[in-house]
Ligand binder design. Structure first.
Ligand code: 8DG
Ligand code: MN
Ligand code: MN
Length: 387
């Protein structure tokens, strides 16, 4: 019999690493709500609900159209009864009552507030909440609470750190880091990664990989940090030494951890440095005032610097492509990349390499493109990884 061919069906993958998710999210009204609920499931350690909401959110971010009726979800992966119910409510009322309730919830509000302090995780937030604390002022004023060095810095620079880092600020930091790195190692490569590499205009920090030959002096990162300190730019640092148990192959779940030497920093960025960079990049740079004949400088209370969170990761050249892929994110993109690798390819991917479980070999790669090719995936550009 000659039945006509069915119309071609465009199927959308359940894996974020097989979708292109740009920053042009056409379903923000839904994803904003789902993300808040997902975060609360994460707070409550409800792993399965968290995963369901995170996957549905991520899928919506990849759609080239806005969901305007429930039927538009037909045939899409990643939606279950719970996530559908939220979308249905938003379609009908414009808001989700579950989200509205949560935003007024005492415990949720305290957890959000406390974890917004650098160095405060869920455990500490819940401890403070359990002790009756509800505001940062009350926590700071407490005589009984002990704070880590990290939390002290978190309180000290709270406002700056919770003010998103802008791209001009990230670029100013990049120039500082590059200059210092190249002073010690002219052929080391500094690469801006994380959200800024995905094209975001703002971020909560600035992430850099510093790729070095395997023979690199193990004190290299320490020298960079010392130099930052010497130049008066270092407000806080936490050095994490490389761990040499090369790979934990049993781990099937994505955790952001890797074994590279790294340093979590807070830098003191001179605001004038950022402004001047912006000015010198535009055509009005000639209009910059000079100091000649100017009034004597009046010392004011205005703070001329901003505290910026910076991550530096030292990566041996050989593993650079894997580290870059891992640190570029997004978190959901990385999780799905690892899940796809496990379930569809019987391989294991981490920030150091790719292991083929059947062939029992590690697969080398010089570029991200080669890693995608090893995984039989179409290449997804960094700005398409905003899953
Ligand atoms: P943002 O800073 O713009 O808000 O977002 P982001 O740049 O995407 O997030 P991030 O928290 O700075 O992390 C960037 C990527 O790095 C993310 O996909 C997770 C990944 N990552 C690792 N290892 C580690 C680690 O040890 N700590 C952290 N914080 N992130 C890590 O691969
Ligand atoms: Mn980042
Ligand atoms: Mn980071």
């Amino acid at each position: 019999s000659n039945s006509p061919l069915p119309p071609p069906v465009v199927t959308i993958s359940q894996y974020a690493c097989q979708r292109r998710s740009t920053l042009n999210n056409r379903n923000k009204i839904f994803t904003d709500a789902l993300e808040i609920l997902a975060e609360n499931f994460e707070f409550n350690e409800n792993e399965s609900a968290y995963v369901a909401f995170a996957r549905a959110t991520s899928l919506l971010k990849s759609l080239p159209y806005t969901i305007s009726k429930m039927a538009a979800l037909d045939g899409l992966p990643c939606f279950g009864d719970q996530t559908r119910a939220i979308i249905e409510e938003i379609l009908e009322d414009g808001v989700s009552s579950k989200v509205d309730d949560l935003l007024c919830d005492e415990k949720y509000k305290a957890r959000k507030l406390f974890t917004s302090v650098f160095g405060v995780g869920l455990k500490t937030a819940d401890k403070w909440y359990g002790q009756g604390f509800r505001t940062l002022e009350a926590v700071k004023a407490s005589k009984d609470l002990k704070f880590t060095k990290m939390q002290k810095a978190g309180f000290l620079y709270y406002e700056d750190i919770n003010n998103a880092v802008t791209r001009p600020e990230a670029e100013a930091v990049a120039q500082i880091i590059e200059t210092i790195v190249h002073n010690y190692a002219p052929d080391a490569i500094v690469t801006l990664t994380g959200g800024f590499r995905r094209g975001k205009e703002t971020g909560h920090d600035v992430d850099f990989l510093i790729s070095c030959p395997e023979t690199m002096d193990e004190n290299f990162l320490r020298k960079i940090v010392n130099k930052l300190d010497f130049r008066g730019l270092l407000l806080y640092y936490d050095m994490v030494e490389a761990t040499f148990e090369k790979r934990k192959l049993s781990s099937q779940k994505y955790d952001a951890m890797d074994h590279f030497q790294k340093c979590f920093l807070i830098l003191k960025l001179n605001k004038a440095l950022v402004k001047n960079r912006v000015l010198s990049m535009s055509s009005v740079s000639a209009a910059r005032p000079t100091d000649e004949g100017a009034e004597p400088e009046v010392k004011t209370q205005i703070k001329d610097w901003k505290a910026i969170r910076v991550d530096l990761v030292i990566v041996p050249t050989q593993q650079f492509a894997y580290a870059l892929l891992g640190w570029t994110g997004s978190r959901q993109f990385e999780r799905d990349l690892r899940r796809y690798t496990n379930h569809e390819k019987s391989m294991i991917l981490d920030n150091h390499g790719l292991y083929d479980r059947k062939k029992k070999i590690f697969l080398n790669a010089k570029t991200e493109e080669e890693i995608f090719a090893h995984l039989d995936l179409e290449y997804i550009e960094p700005w398409e990884r905003n899953a």
